[in-house]
Write a protein that binds this ligand. Structure first.
Ligand code: 13P
Length: 250
């Protein structure tokens, strides 16, 4: 049984004071079991979030890290230090990082390897543009991104990591993929993992959908066989909305 994950991605929003206010607002309102609640936040908020969520069900994710632990890499964040701090997940390969910061499949693979080596769990993002969808290139493109990201990673490590399918045309646009569209691609990703590894690994890896997920749409998405959760941008910023998302089973 794959435990569902509802992960917020705050992107470049909130300062530490606002992060603490968010923690205060969600206190005691997260499910104790059955679903993992995660917040991905800017690096400057992570200390506040990790310290403030101790002894609560909330897990904390970084939105990026570098693929080296230390050295002369001005401005980067160390996966080793993230692990030491008590961060548990790291989002990598988000389409915004690929587009605005020119991250390549190779960078993302190096990050995944290093994140795993530090005992953290990567949330590996993939997703096609509208042009690619309209040209029927979605499946080939997305499975190619996943194959490149997982290069050299063992089956046991792949079984433990998280993939997020986020069609770029659905991010921040209010245009959610239908649950059938999301299920279709998520299923193809799972089949790709089966072909690269084996059926057991594919059965264990958790695959999320992201792109304009809202409290109103989460239940329908989660009813789909292969969708194991959501990676949520805008709707994760408001505590009441996040509480509604993580309590979708109620
Ligand atoms: P929105 O939920 O704001 O569309 O963002 C999705 C996303 O990019 C999450 O990583």
């Amino acid at each position: 049984m794959r435990t569902p994950i509802i992960a917020g991605n705050w992107k470049l929003n909130k300062n530490p004071k606002e992060a603490q206010e968010f923690l205060n607002a969600i206190e005691g309102k997260l499910p104790e079991s059955g679903v993992e609640a995660v917040i991905g936040a800017p690096a400057v908020d992570l200390y506040t979030l990790v310290e403030g969520s101790k002894n609560t069900p909330l897990k904390i994710s970084a939105e990026n890290s570098y693929f080296e632990d230390e050295g002369a890499f001005t401005g980067e964040n160390s996966p080793k230090v993230l692990a030491e701090m008590g961060v548990e997940y790291v989002i990598i390969g988000h389409s915004e990082r690929r587009e605005y910061f020119h991250e390549t499949d190779e960078d993302i693979n190096k990050k995944a390897v290093k994140i795993i080596a530090n005992g953290l769990t990567p949330i590996v993002c993939c997703g096609e543009t509208l042009e690619q969808r309209e040209a029927n290139e979605t499946e080939g493109f997305v499975t190619g991104q996943i194959e490149a990201a997982l290069k050299g990673i063992s089956a046991a490590d792949v079984a433990n990591l998280v993939i997020a399918y986020e069609p770029i045309w659905a991010i921040g646009t209010g245009k959610t993929a239908t649950s059938d569209q999301a299920q279709e691609v998520v299923h193809v990703i799972r089949e790709k993992v089966a072909s690269l590894y084996d059926a057991d690994t594919a059965d264990k890896v958790r695959i999320l959908y992201g792109g304009s997920v809202k409290p109103e749409s989460i239940k329908e998405l989660m009813s789909k066989e292969d969708i194991d959760g959501g990676l949520v941008g805008g709707a994760s910023l408001d505590p009441e909305s996040f509480i509604a998302l993580v309590n979708y089973q109620k």
